[in-house]
Design a protein around this ligand. Structure first.
Ligand code: ASP
Length: 338
């Protein structure tokens, strides 16, 4: 799948802050950013960060920032996330999302159809129901009961073309491709293909509180009913306000196996820096996948309570967007294992 990505990137080095001691371990850690901070996955994150930043710079809550931020991506009709995304094998777009705040409150929707902003429904599940997760028709009914309109069940022009191509072979290959886009120079992103369909965002607000969000159409041409890691608290997203926050992207089945986001936060609790924590989770994944790991991509981004940001990927080609306290928003190539 090839898509042109807009190139209004503001790149610069992550040379902010300084080395400090990690309060959990006493070990030296990496770069500390001043709060507020927002970090998100892939290059669409750059636009999502801008919306989140609008809220954060006005002393808004991280929870509002991560919701409004990823809504930008959900609304991009020709993007990888939301109703404009690739459908399942039956030609229907089904969406998954979750959100988590600084008090362990969380909400999630899975297998949701005809809703423009699944992340908003996830937040409504969190705030208006005694539950954490709603699925399919029930989730849609709940959305409608909250006054959310149902959108038409129609594919974006781009997705329709992709689907028609796919129908020619109907080959079922549930793998997340390895993106080969990279930042080649300040402000420049190479051409390349991708097959990921997710945005994950984590933020720390001016008060020092953390929140996270994750929203996806899942894998293109997936089996009907398939759910990945993205809407699963602990797999796709986890926030512990005393320790840090993490969000994952890539092959959902494998991220679930290692409880990707929670494991990352757990490693931060043990004193690992965000980058080391992300790396350790992917090392585990590599270990369990063995030689099959080369066929998949998985990546995690994390923020520690001290304001340190890090990421790691299984393969080359994962980029993430970081916006710091000065509103400097840039894409960064993540380090990788293979
Ligand atoms: N993690 C998502 C899923 O498995 C896909 C992605 O991150 O692109 O559904």
């Amino acid at each position: 799948m090839k898509k042109d990505r807009r190139k209004f990137l503001q790149l610069s080095s992550l040379g902010l802050g300084s080395m400090i001691l990690n309060p959990f371990s006493g070990k030296a850690s990496g770069k500390i950013l001043q709060k507020p901070i927002v970090v998100s996955t892939w290059d669409a994150g750059i636009r999502a960060n801008m919306a989140a930043w609008e809220i954060l710079q006005q002393n808004g809550r991280a929870l509002d920032a991560v919701e409004k931020g990823v809504m930008v991506t959900e609304a991009e009709r020709n993007c990888c996330v939301g109703l404009g995304a690739n459908p399942d094998r039956d030609g229907k777009v089904t969406l998954d999302a979750c959100i988590m705040d600084e008090n362990f409150n969380c909400g999630s929707v899975v297998f949701l159809e005809r809703i423009k902003h699944p992340i908003h429904i996830a937040r409504l599940v969190m705030e208006k129901t005694p539950h954490v997760m709603l699925a399919g028709e029930g989730a849609q009914q709940f959305a409608v009961s909250q006054g959310i309109p149902l959108e038409k069940q129609e594919l974006s022009k781009e997705a329709k073309k992709e689907y028609e191509e796919w129908l020619k072979k109907t080959e079922y290959k549930p793998v997340i491709n390895i993106e080969n886009k990279q930042i080649t120079a300040p402000g420049k992103l190479s051409d390349g293909s991708f097959n990921h369909d997710t945005i994950g965002m984590i933020a720390m607000d001016a008060a020092g509180n953390l929140s996270g969000s994750c929203t996806t159409s899942g894998m293109g041409f997936k089996m009907r009913g398939r759910i990945g890691d993205s809407p699963i608290i602990g797999a796709g997203l986890y926030v512990d306000n005393e320790i840090g926050a993490a969000v994952a992207t890539g092959q959902g089945e494998d991220i679930i196996r290692v409880a990707g986001a929670h494991s990352t936060v757990n490693y931060m609790q043990q004193g690992f820096s965000p980058e080391e924590a992300c790396k350790k989770v992917l090392e585990k994944l590599l270990k369990i996948k063995g030689s099959k790991a080369k066929d998949i991509q998985a990546a995690v981004i994390a923020i520690s309570k001290t304001g340190e940001v890090g990421a790691y990927a299984l393969q080359k080609g994962f980029i993430y967007a970081v916006c710091d306290a000065n509103g400097k928003n840039r894409l960064i190539n993540a380090n990788f294992l293979i």
